[in-house]
Design a protein around this ligand. Structure first.
Ligand code: ADP
Ligand code: MG
Length: 336
């Protein structure tokens, strides 16, 4: 088939990305060298970036809209974990010679849908050709009032550990997507795969936590991307070397996750260590518990206490239903 009509870099930007910048006049229609953004006076700019690479983070024939949404949502989850309100994002596309225009169109359509859902606007980016695998990067920008940002570093001995939503759906969804968990009903498989492909950044909860008054402040927060155990370890380390103890029996699993785990009890620990849940993990003094649980109910995202922090050296212990420490938990995904 003739490729004569294949759009160049500027046509791609004009056709697929300029429409996504319409909501922000200061993006200058993606027609200048850069956007000139007006940060809300008195707010801090919160910036984060994530990259997905074909063959590493997604399969070349995965849905382009799904890839776009997973990329944007992973960034929004980082903003949620800081307590920031998302405003803008930038997009870097490293496309290969053979990427069809239909892929770009579907990718942009995925972004358009999520822009409407999460109230963010594309304000810039870069479009290049790569001899390597397709590589897509989003930089997300949000705002938070100074002092309201949720850090990893403020946790204290005696804090309780809480998690939003359900844990393990990301890990189990990946298994289901790979054709495992064949004993599960189609609707449960679909649910888990959906949670893996289209995570829900907990923006409402993160923003509400950031706005709590000084009496109800949580001490630390992180989003669960590498795995609950590894990410809790990040809070412990950043907070000066605390130890965490979590109860496997308290981990909130979804209905689908619970059924999968009931068929293979080794999955409970694996799901707790696996990544891609994009839930919020929170350290807070026990006195704040009723506020946290109430907030979860009001927002419609349950918050569950799963353990506690103590003086220590940065270790995370998982206690099984028999009261004994579980040993071989996966330590989370690491690139290096
Ligand atoms: P330069 O060569 O000066 O970097 P570009 O041609 O890369 O300019 O980009 C021109 C404009 O288009 C810039 O405002 C840039 O932010 C925007 N842009 C380029 N690629 C994208 C993209 N994939 N998504 C959003 N904006 C883009
Ligand atoms: Mg450029």
């Amino acid at each position: 088939m003739a490729q004569a009509t294949k759009p160049g870099e500027f046509e791609i930007i004009a056709r697929y990305f300029k429409p996504l910048a319409r909501g922000e006049p200061n993006a200058l229609g993606l027609g200048d060298d850069a956007a000139v953004l007006a940060v809300t006076p008195g707010k801090r700019l919160v910036a984060t970036m994530d990259t997905l690479i074909a063959g590493v983070h997604f399969l070349p024939d995965d849905s382009p809209a799904g890839i776009a949404q997973k990329l944007l949502r992973a960034n929004l989850s980082d903003l949620a974990a800081m307590g920031a309100t998302p405003r803008w994002y930038l997009l870097s596309l490293g496309l290969s010679e053979t990427t069809p225009e239909s892929w770009i169109a579907a990718f942009a359509a995925g972004l358009a849908a999520d822009q409407a859902e999460f109230f963010v606007t594309l304000v810039g980016g870069d479009t290049v050709k790569t001899p390597g695998p397709v590589t897509v990067t989003v930089t997300a920008l949000g705002e938070v009032a100074p002092g309201n940002e949720l850090l990893r570093s403020g946790a204290k001995a005696g804090d309780a550990v809480y998690v939003s939503g359900t844990i393990g759906d990301g890990y189990l969804g990946l298994l289901a997507a790979k054709g495992e968990l064949s004993g599960l009903s189609p609707s449960f498989r679909q649910f888990l795969i959906g949670r893996y492909n289209r995570p829900t950044p907990r923006l409402g909860l993160g923003i509400a936590l950031a706005r709590l008054g000084s009496k109800d402040r949580v001490h630390a927060a992180i989003d669960v991307s590498d795995g609950l155990i590894a990410d809790l370890g990040q809070i412990c380390e950043a907070s000066g070397g605390l130890d965490a103890q979590i109860e496997l029996g308290q981990i909130p699993f979804s209905e689908a996750g619970g059924v999968a785990i009931a068929s293979d009890s080794t999955l409970a620990l694996k799901a707790t260590g696996g990544g891609d849940d994009y839930e919020l993990l929170i350290a807070a003094p026990p006195a704040v518990e009723s506020t946290l649980l109430e907030l979860g109910r009001a927002i419609g995202v349950p918050v569950t206490r799963i353990g506690a922090l103590a003086e220590g050296s940065g270790k995370v212990r998982v206690i099984g239903p028999d009261g004994r420490e579980q040993t071989s938990g996966p330590g989370g995904y690491r690139h290096f």
